[in-house]
Design a protein around this ligand. Structure first.
Ligand code: ADP
Length: 290
């Protein structure tokens, strides 16, 4: 199984990646962790990356692309992998496409964990408190100021990847506001549906196009939000209000269970159009013509 996990800082990529690697016997390739290890070991890459990371900026593409290319060649990655934190920009996604082509590796899916942006700061604060309680070293970029920068960089540089993978029919969107357990179950369900897991491949399960699975994911997300009862509905109402106020429909900030269950392609189109302005319109026009 070969996957990409997409989502802003605090969306739960790391947590879900850990659960997936245990279940499917694949490796997690986290550029953030690799870079933190390089910083700690004071390697030449680490020395270059240190200040950039501390300030919440992005390490130059050629560095992370090099790291990932080397890592993909290691024997433990042959059975499958989850990319976490890479690609983070469209040029990185294009470089990854080239790398995978050269290495004759096929990507199964890009899973987007969609979350309500207002929950992220709280989530990161909780993560910091838990790490402190466990006596672990806290990431220096996990401060409210740097997190704001990381979020801004996610919005402007990484979010376009939602559209990128949607156009390539690789995108699967999961509601990241559900409980950790529910998110894992939903990811596993859609992976089984596209026949990405080795178990379902062995069982001869036919692959289903990502879009059809995304439709299925929609139903599940709806069911979950319904079963969550009034509380969830309130959340949806609140996020609708927020969407109205900000006037930015289709933004992950206005997510909630209902929003995230929207068809991936439609939401990314709306987002591209709403956010990127002219560029988004161009894309939509182009697609309408085609
Ligand atoms: P986050 O929780 O913000 O997703 P990560 O652990 O993935 O955190 O990354 C931490 C930092 O490492 C980023 O803020 C960035 O400086 C650097 N980094 C990680 N992955 C990449 C990448 N693909 N491209 C550029 N910089 C990266």
């Amino acid at each position: 199984m070969r996957l990409i996990l997409l989502g802003p800082p605090g969306s739960g990529k790391g947590t879900q990646a850990q659960r997936l690697i245990h279940r499917h016997g694949i490796v997690q390739l986290s550029t953030g962790e690799m870079l933190r290890a390089a910083v700690a070991a004071q390697t030449p890459v680490g020395l270059k990356a240190k200040d950039i990371m501390a300030g919440g900026g992005l390490v130059p593409d050629e560095i992370v692309i090099g790291i990932i290319s080397d890592r993909l060649d290691q024997p433990d990655a042959t059975k499958g992998f989850i990319l976490d934190g890479f690609p983070r920009t469209v040029p990185q996604a294009q470089a990854l496409d080239d790398l995978l082509k050269k290495k004759h590796i096929r990507l199964d899916a890009a899973i987007e964990l969609r979350v309500n942006e207002s929950a992220l700061l709280q989530r990161v604060e909780t993560r910091v408190a838990e790490m402190r309680a466990r006596g672990e070293e806290v990431r220096i970029d996990d401060t409210p100021e740097v997190l704001t920068k990381r979020l801004a960089s996610y919005r402007s540089l990484t979010e376009p990847l939602i559209h990128y993978y949607s156009e390539r029919r690789k995108l699967l969107t999961v509601d990241g506001m559900m409980t950790i357990e529910h998110v894992t179950r939903e990811i596993n369900r859609i992976l089984a549906a596209i026949g990405a897991s080795e178990a379902s491949k062995k069982a001869g399960k036919k692959a289903v196009p990502a879009r059809r699975v995304a439709k299925g994911a929609k139903t599940t997300a709806r069911k979950v939000s319904k079963s969550a009862g009034k509380g969830a509905n309130k959340g949806v109402k609140a996020s609708k209000k927020a969407a109205k106020a900000s006037g930015r429909a289709g933004k992950p900030a206005s997510g909630g269970a209902k929003n995230s269950s929207r068809k991936a392609s439609a939401s990314s189109k709306a987002r591209a159009a709403g956010k990127a302005g002219k560029t988004g319109k161009k894309v939509t026009k182009k697609r309408a013509k085609a």
